[in-house]
Design a protein around this ligand. Structure first.
Ligand code: TYM
Length: 525
């Protein structure tokens, strides 16, 4: 029996060979990505239309693209135009929210299973970066070193292998964070953290509350866990879920995150107005089961959050072709962001599955199939020009273009992308990395002209009425430090006002400071 694949990875090539013996349905979840195996043992391409049905997500349509362009005033990103981001949950609602109230939070993440990310991992990050630039909104990026440690140990029957201890995954996380930074995120609007370093405070309070809403049966159902899965991994999902709540990161909105030794039970609670800010998560569809669990429980939190919105991509396929995703556990299935130009060339030339014909004559006569051709597929993710992409497909189908030529085009494009990445990556040292990881007030602009700007929706009292303040606002205190009833009321009002201001993008906050009134509220669910 082949050794099992590493963290979050699809089956290795040899495992797929074994799988050939038994027909099975396609399996997509955070820990498995594999196409259907038919009666003859052939692995089929992942059927994304079927996934839409099975997961109950919505397809991304031309109407969404038009609406996106209307709201942002910018053309849709190539990954959307080509429907590589192909489905969503409530994407239209996040657009409405942004149009009306002007802001939301972006959230995505990475499970650091190796020291270098591969090309597939860059897909959601490249897209997220574009969204951040277009919408001008805050972004949090979670590195789940804890998840990958627990998963690896579970895979290894409870044994901790050499090079797979807690500190190893923390180190992978740091290397991956440098990779992510090299993709070009704005340091003023981006907070990146690893679970081992950051979890605590309001994040952990949210986690605990969320854990109490997931039963063992539900975790087993969503993630395919069994009786021998370690309990750390079973509980882990709650953390990936509450990471979507802006209330888990008060520092980013200029509010205090009560942690020891400063916590005082007198009036200190999580900041209710932050629970009104909606979140959009860009990721591949393997992560969707987490967020299904999340969306079902958002409104049961003490401070209910709007249902989190998702925009979901297909998988950048393994070099060996459709049916699995590019995987860090099989060096030959993946192009790593640390690969040299000649490694890229060799991998594409030797391993990239071809949609060409058996012989040159046949290919010239019948033409090739770009839909299954890996070199063409990679170009569809990374080549910006729609016209050139269409021309490549047409020439390949007609037989005018050969597999070797398609591979050359792909090699040139990937070498350019990875080479430019590596130059930027070389500039990211430890102190640059730490700057992104410092909990601090982020600065963003949001929608400069929301249709329901501050003060127009009448939601204010409803949103913030019960939020106990943090005691900010000063005033003389009583001997017990709580102040008089009137002082406490005034302090509470001042704290609420501060919270609401903090939860808004900077223009709106300025508007209000200059006299306008404004609810932070925006309904996304
Ligand atoms: P991880 O490290 O497995 O994957 C990181 C991100 O990359 C996506 N992805 C891919 N996208 C396209 N093609 C591929 N071949 C491919 N392989 C992976 C994943 O969907 C993901 O978006 N548990 C998570 C980490 C995480 C996270 C999140 C991810 C924490 N919070 C929020 C997305 C959103 C993980 O292990 O991702």
């Amino acid at each position: 029996m082949a050794s099992p694949s590493a963290v979050g990875a699809p089956p290795k090539a040899e495992e797929l060979q074994e799988e050939k013996k038994k027909p099975s349905g396609q399996q997509i979840d955070p820990y498995n990505v594999a196409g259907e195996v038919d009666e003859s043992g052939n692995i089929k391409a992942i059927d994304y239309d079927r996934l839409i049905q099975e997961f109950g997500v919505q397809p991304l349509t031309e109407d969404h693209l038009k609406r996106f362009e209307q709201v942002t005033g910018k053309p849709a990103h190539r990954l959307m135009r080509r429907k590589l981001f192909f489905s969503h949950r409530d994407f239209d609602k996040i657009l409405d929210t942004y149009e009306q109230y002007g802001t939301f939070m972006l959230y995505t993440g990475r499970g650091p299973s190796s020291g270098s990310m591969h090309l597939g991992h860059t897909v959601p990050f490249l897209f997220t970066k574009e969204l951040q630039e277009m919408f001008d909104v805050p972004l949090v990026i979670m590195l789940t070193d804890d998840e990958k440690y627990l998963y690896t140990r579970s895979k290894n029957d409870g044994t901790q292998k050499k090079g797979a201890g807690v500190e190893d995954f923390l180190q992978f996380a740091h290397e991956n964070i440098k990779d992510i930074i090299a993709l070009g995120f704005d340091p003023n609007k981006t907070f990146i953290y690893t679970d081992y370093e950051f979890l605590g405070g309001h994040f952990y309070w949210n986690t605990s509350e969320f854990e109490s809403m997931i039963t063992l049966n539900q975790a087993q159902g969503a993630f395919g866990f069994g009786g021998s899965t370690n309990i750390g991994l079973i509980a882990y999902g709650a953390k990936q879920c509450v990471a979507a709540f802006p209330s888990s990161y008060p520092d980013l909105f200029g509010l205090p995150d009560y942690r020891a030794p400063d916590y005082n039970p007198q009036g200190m609670r999580r900041h209710k107005p932050l629970s009104k800010i909606p979140t959009l998560i860009p990721c591949a569809i393997d992560q969707e089961p987490y967020f299904r669990i999340l969306r079902d429980r958002c409104d049961r939190m003490t401070d209910p959050h709007p249902k989190t919105c998702l925009i979901l991509s297909k998988f950048l396929t393994a070099l060996q072709g459709p049916g699995g995703k590019m995987s860090a556990s099989d060096a030959n299935s993946a192009i790593f962001m640390s690969d040299t130009a000649s490694q890229i060339k060799n991998k594409i030339n030797r391993h990239a599955f071809s949609g060409g014909r058996e012989s040159l004559e046949e290919h010239r006569q019948l033409g090739g199939n770009p839909d299954v051709d890996v070199a063409y597929t990679y170009l569809s993710y990374f080549l910006e020009s729609d016209d050139e992409l269409a021309e490549l497909a047409a020439k390949y189908r007609s037989g005018e273009m050969l597999t070797g030529e398609m591979k050359q085009r792909c090699i040139a494009e990937l070498q350019k992308f990875v080479g430019a990445f590596q130059e930027r990556r070389a500039q990211v040292d430890h102190s640059v990395m730490r700057e992104y990881m410092r909990p601090r007030k982020l600065v963003w602009g949001g929608n400069p002209s929301p249709t329901k700007p501050a003060g127009k929706s009448g939601e204010e009292g409803k949103d913030c009425g019960e939020g106990a303040g943090d005691g900010a606002g000063g005033g003389e205190k009583r001997a017990d430090g709580r102040g008089t009833k009137g002082e406490r009321k005034a302090a509470k009002r001042a704290a609420q006002k501060e919270e609401k201001l903090a939860a808004r993008p900077k223009q709106q906050a300025q508007q209000q400071k200059q006299g306008g009134e404004a609810p932070a509220s925006s309904e996304a669910s």
